[in-house]
Design a protein around this ligand. Sequence first.
Ligand SMILES: C[S@@+](CC[C@H](N)C(=O)[O-])C[C@H]1O[C@@H](n2cnc3c(N)ncnc32)[C@H](O)[C@@H]1O
Length: 157
Amino acid sequence: MDIVLRVMGKTSESYLKEGIEVYLKRLKRYAKYSIQEIPDLKGMKNRNASEQNIAEGQELLKTIGPSDFLVLLDENGKRYSSRGFSEQLQKWMNAGPSTIVFMVGGPFGFSDEVYARANALLSLSDMTFSHQMIRLFFTEQIYRAFTIFKNEPYHHD
Ligand SMILES: C[S@@+](CC[C@H](N)C(=O)[O-])C[C@H]1O[C@@H](n2cnc3c(N)ncnc32)[C@H](O)[C@@H]1O
């Protein structure tokens, strides 16, 4: 099974790239996890928030297969402890989709069409993070979730 974090645009900051690489390397022994960057859309500066959301949403939805399990990262989604997330991830995996896609929204979040396709909404905090930083925080949480499944001494309650 593949676990994918799908995001709009490249990871721009080297300090984030470096941190993400650390966790991608560590994750190799546990899961088929990757970060897929969808190229930024051109001409967005002249569009209002709702137009941007709709255009980005259409791009994001093109990348979702009919049997993909889609989880949106969203401040208003369900919050878990790291241990709770680890259990929930295992349940989603046990349900047997070939791919679980976690998706990060753009500067204005997601369009209604994307919300309508989502299978679940996941919040990492009540605070809002940049769409760049969330890539690192989420990747570390995925690593943490796998070390919890495996009972390895990374997470301490
Ligand atoms: C800058 S935020 C945009 C959020 C903004 N509230 C909106 O909807 O207009 C960009 C993206 O980062 C992700 N994100 C930021 N903070 C988050 C959090 N606390 N939990 C989960 N995802 C978050 C979400 O995918 C969000 O769509």
